[in-house]
Structure formats: C-alpha cells, structure tokens
Design a binder for this molecule. Structure first.
Ligand code: MN
Length: 276
C-alpha cells in the first residue's frame, strides 16, 4: 500500500526551488547555534521523517541532516520532498548534506529509481533527472561552532578541508574522487590510517591515527557522521571523538533502534527517536 503520490508538477517546483538554495550554499557549511539536532540516514522511512518533522515544529533549534534521504525505504519521494519543503521555508535553520545515495551511482540501483517508476509511470525519467540535479548542488560537509565536523561518510585520504571546499558542484553521478570518499568512507577501529573499503574501488576505511591527524590539522574536535548501519542507532568511535548515527526505524527488513543526536551548548547527547 502506498500514500497518494505528490503530483509531479509539485515535485518539480519544490526541487527547482531547493536546487537554487543549494546552489548558493558552499560545499562546507559554517553553522553556529546553541541548540542543534543531528539526523542520520533516513532512507525513505516515513515514520522517522514524520517524527523529525514534528520535532522541527516544536523547537527553534537548527537541524543538520547528514544525508541518505532516498533508497531502501518505500517513501523516498515523500521524505525528500517533505524535507525540501522545510528547507525552502527556513533555509538557515534546516541544513541538508548530501549522502552517498543522493547520487545516481547509488539511487539507480538501490530503490529510488524503481519507486519513481511505480509512483510516476509517465514522468519517472524526468523526475529522476530533476531529483539528481538538485542532489548534485547539496553541500557535503558542515562545521558547527568551529569545532564539530559533519559529513555523511568520512575524511578523505590525501585531501584537506580546502580540497573538499573546491570540489565542483553538479556531479550527478557522485564519482569525483574526493567527493566519493566524503560520501562513502567509514571509520574503523582496527586500522591506524587507511585501508581499501569493502564498499568498492576508490573508497576507504579510516583509522584513529588518520582521523586524529586530519582533525588536528583542521583544528576540529569532534566528528558527527552517518552512513554505517548500526542496529542500536548510534556508536562512538576513536575514544568518543567520532559519533556515527543511523536514524531509520527499519533497514533492509531489520527493525532497529533509530537515534539522533542533540547538541546543547557544549553537550552532545544521543536521543532515542522512538521516545520523541
Ligand atoms: Mn550512506
């Protein structure tokens, strides 16, 4: 069973407005705030998206979404359009980073394109193109209060923040080498520096030494990222310097315990999404 799909014209209008806003944002957002929520992968999960939407209406806090709005779940279209509406209404309060699924490399095969074909049999190719054009303008990292680094995947090998800042926007496929790493890399406790990732060519696992070196060089303290499937919804790495969060209520058939994070002044806490 599906909800009544959002009319294709409305989808295109929202996507174009959002694209224009993202186009004017930098690759690396500079965010400041006393109260900020961080949301991990959503993956077309309507329950998670609804909970977060209600939360946005109850607070004036900022929201940093760490990407992966589409694929896997059944409501990629509704989730993404819903979040983009929030973004358009309050662009300074709702910050949306790009995830590895906001690329054709992933969303052609992991469910989103298929969802569009089912919900919009006549317009699926047009909508698919419009969605990905919008995704390709999204920022890919954020620095919060000068000390917290946010990105979907993780730090890239042999690159600095200034290299990330220079990545050209508009790469719909998402295969520009540094971009690919920022969106796909994962932390790994058992290695020191970098190792090839099981996820595919050009993607790396990064260890604590590589992470600490990168953070020291850039004068940053904490990283918050998403991307890794975590059944309990959140996990600290590297002596509590890196927090990984995962926010859908289910993932490829597995029920999990979705979490989000909240920063209040200097305190970072993990919140159980089901208790919101
Ligand atoms: Mn991901």
């Amino acid at each position: 069973m599906y909800l009544e799909p959002i009319p294709a014209d409305d989808v295109i209008e929202i996507l174009r407005k959002a694209e224009e806003i993202f186009r004017n944002e930098k690759n690396i957002l500079d965010i400041h705030g006393e109260e900020i929520f961080f949301i991990g992968d959503i993956h077309g999960d309507l329950i998670t998206a609804t909970k977060i939407f209600e939360l946005t209406q109850k607070t004036k806090a900022k929201f940093v979404f760490l990407g992966d709005y589409v694929d896997r779940g059944r409501y990629s279209t509704e989730v993404t359009i819903g979040l983009l509406r929030l973004k358009i209404n309050e662009p300074e309060r709702i910050l949306m980073l790009r995830g590895n699924h906001e690329t054709t490399l992933a969303n052609e095969v992991y469910g989103f394109l298929n969802e569009l074909r089912i919900k919009y049999p006549t317009y699926s190719q047009i909508l698919y193109g419009e969605f990905n054009k919008t995704f390709a303008q999204m920022p890919i990292a954020a620095i919060v209060n000068n000390e917290i680094l946010c990105m979907h995947g993780g730090i890239p090998k042999d690159a600095t923040l200034s290299d990330i800042a220079k990545i050209p926007k508009g790469d719909v496929e998402g295969t520009y080498p540094i971009l690919l790493q920022v969106l796909w890399n994962d932390p790994e406790e058992t290695i020191e520096y970098y190792a090839p990732s099981y996820r595919g060519p050009g993607i790396y696992l990064f260890g604590e030494k590589a992470f600490q070196q990168f953070m020291n060089n850039e004068n940053l303290r904490i990283m918050i990222r998403a991307h890794t499937y975590i059944p309990q919804g959140a996990k600290w790495y590297f002596k509590k310097k890196l927090l990984s969060i995962f926010s859908p209520t289910e993932y490829v058939g597995n029920i999990l315990q979705p979490k989000i994070a909240k920063l209040t002044r200097d305190k970072l806490v993990i919140i159980d999404l089901q208790k919101l």
